[in-house]
Design a protein around this ligand. Structure first.
Ligand code: HEM
Length: 569
């Protein structure tokens, strides 16, 4: 007799749990590994079992794909691009795209752009650190990755990060909105009627598609003309992805449009999403944040004096990035817990039996669940839900990859993500500039961010953070601390590091003193010991020093190991 997976509920249960959808699916996966949901239109199977995942993504790859339904839902936005097609159409695009992705030209060009945008982000954060402004990094990362993908994809400087202006920004807004509206079609069974009548969400989508298409066809036209106009050859930037595809096929603007929109979709949101969750996790785990920052400083050799973001970025060579194995692990650990694509549904093309012995029918949706899989104890051990970057390092401290059918965030098999190397490069460049130069804290430690219900695992709403510079303290900053001895010590910190320290006597004596004159080299500064504040950790001291709350730049730390830790910073 045929065996089927246990029925865990209906799609209405999914709708009832919509605002905690992935938690709900994780709970079911914990109970059943693989389960069915009753759906009026087709069978629906969700799996977290690596053996099943390997089977649908690799062993019987040709039997599972996007199918006609997914294609019709996504066609308005993504046309016949790589994300919507199967079979020969997919194979051809995969071949051309993977050749392009592996070129040195694209690698070098994209690294340069990532670096430029990381510096822009860093400069924004510097200003925020100095003015104690709270930043919404969700918004900032979305803008930064849009700028990156526009320059790498089209050769166009969108400069979203510098403020709203121009039609490029209109395009990016329309694109983000269209993306959300297309996802809504997966749950809104009336979308075809709405589209026919041009009402509601479908009318909005149509307007957005007009903005997107007008912009994209104009850019394509300009590129084709530039290519044909020999006079302009020296102006023609051949490094961006669109130019390279125009060289391959300049006769079919629709083909180029689809390629480029799929590229924008693939390359923008997953990076912004990962950066956001990454900073969130580092704020929740300050000890990991410090370890990442320490590794970055060592790899870039910036233990000595570097005082601005651009100087710091100048030290970020390929070799330095390669040395950052702990950073690589911490990013991967974030992706394990917060995969940009939380669920990936495939259509089953003919009746089949999965490795666990259960049947699936032609037309069934068979989805693997990277989000739920990242939390499964049977895959990762009892500490599965915890954020532990070291699980990705071998005994030599080098990153070791996991079986791709267990760690499924990048998909696996013949359709595995084509942009993985590209993604890690951008993530590592952004993170090393930002974490090398700044320390991050959530502006509200108690608030737990929610994910948005859309194709990708966006944080819903802003993610406000406070940013503190890691650059050496300005001249004449004083640290006071009570070390092993019962006396309070003042230490003058200059931009080149720690210098003279003097004893100020016992705390009780200090209360009676007015100001103390401390001299170091040519610097002579009067400090008011009444600014005595007890601080217990280096992270708090750094924060306090940059908070502007210091009384004459005085900080007192009563952690005995403080002076040693400070000296290492
Ligand atoms: C953290 C970052 C990223 C993650 C987690 C990720 C994840 C994924 C996943 C799960 C898929 C399969 C989607 C499907 O079934 O249709 C995919 C496909 C793909 N990704 Fe990525 N991706 C990331 C970044 C990128 C970037 C930056 C690019 C390129 C700019 C890219 C290019 C692609 C392409 C072209 C495909 C389609 C492959 C095919 O269907 O043959 N990805 N990615």
């Amino acid at each position: 007799m045929k065996k089927y997976h246990p029925t865990a509920g209906t799609v209405f249960d999914l709708l009832m749990n919509l605002d905690r959808l992935h938690h709900y699916m994780t709970d079911l996966a914990e109970k059943y590994k693989t389960y069915r949901l009753i759906n009026l239109f087709h069978g629906e199977v969700h799996t977290s079992d690596p053996a099943n995942v390997e089977y649908i993504l690799k062993t019987n790859f040709k039997n599972y794909g996007k199918g006609k339904h997914n294609h019709s839902v996504m066609e308005d936005l993504l046309g016949d691009g790589i994300f919507t097609v199967d079979g020969e159409l997919w194979r051809q695009q995969r071949k051309v795209a993977s050749n392009e992705f592996s070129t040195k030209v694209l690698r070098d060009f994209s690294s340069k752009i990532f670096m430029e945008n990381a510096i822009k982000l860093g400069n924004i954060m510097s200003k925020a650190a100095n003015s104690k402004q709270i930043l919404d990094i969700n918004d900032l990362f979305m803008k930064a990755t849009m700028d990156s993908i526009f320059k790498v994809g089209f050769g166009i400087n969108l400069d979203n990060l510098s403020g709203p202006s121009g039609e490029g920004v209109r395009f990016s807004r329309a694109f983000d909105e269209a993306n959300t509206l297309v996802f809504r079609r997966f749950v809104d069974i009336t979308w075809k009627i709405k589209k026919f009548l041009n009402i509601g969400s479908e009318a909005v989508l149509k307007k957005n598609m007009k903005v997107i298409d007008e912009f994209i066809y104009k850019v394509i036209q300009i590129k084709i003309e530039q290519m044909h106009n020999l006079k302009d050859e020296f102006l023609f930037n051949r490094d961006d992805v669109l130019s390279r595809f125009v060289q391959i096929n300049d006769r079919d603007p629709k083909y180029l449009r689809d390629i480029i929109l799929n590229f924008v979709l693939a390359g923008k949101d997953p990076i912004a999403i990962t950066m956001c969750w990454f900073i969130y996790m580092l704020c929740k785990h300050p000890e990991v944040q410090e370890e990442v920052a320490k590794e970055i400083k060592e790899a870039t050799n910036t233990l000595e004096e570097v005082t601005n973001v651009a100087d710091f970025a100048a030290r970020l060579s390929d070799e330095a990035l390669e040395k950052m194995q702990y950073l690589h692990a911490a990013l991967t650990e974030t992706i394990r817990l917060y995969p940009a694509l939380p669920v990936d549904p495939k259509i089953c093309f003919s009746d089949d039996v999965l490795p666990d012995g259960c049947n699936v029918k032609k037309g069934d949706v068979v989805a693997y669940m990277p989000y739920a899989m990242g939390k499964m104890k049977f895959i990762w051990g009892d500490d599965a839900p915890e954020f532990k970057p070291r699980r990705w390092l071998d005994h030599n401290g080098r990153f070791h990859p996991e079986n791709p059918f267990k760690f499924t965030a990048f998909q696996a098999g013949p359709r595995t993500c084509l942009g993985r190397e590209f993604a890690y490069r951008q993530l590592k460049i952004f993170s090393s500039v930002l974490l090398g130069c700044f320390m991050f804290k959530l502006s509200d430690e108690t608030k737990i961010p929610k994910y948005k219900i859309s194709i990708n695992l966006h944080i819903d709403g802003p993610l406000p953070v406070r940013v503190f510079s890691r650059f050496p303290y300005p001249r004449n900053t004083f640290l006071l601390w009570q070390d092993q001895s019962p006396e309070v010590v003042a230490m003058l910190i200059t931009s080149s590091g720690l210098t003279t320290s003097i004893s100020l006597g016992k705390p009780a004596q200090m209360e009676s003193r007015k100001t103390v004159l401390v001299t170091s080299g040519l610097s002579k500064v009067a400090i008011d010991p009444k600014g005595f504040i007890g601080i217990r950790s280096v992270a708090d001291a750094v924060e306090y020093l940059h908070s502007g709350k210091t009384n004459g730049n005085v900080v007192v730390c009563i952690d005995p190991s403080f002076s040693q830790q400070m000296a290492k910073l």
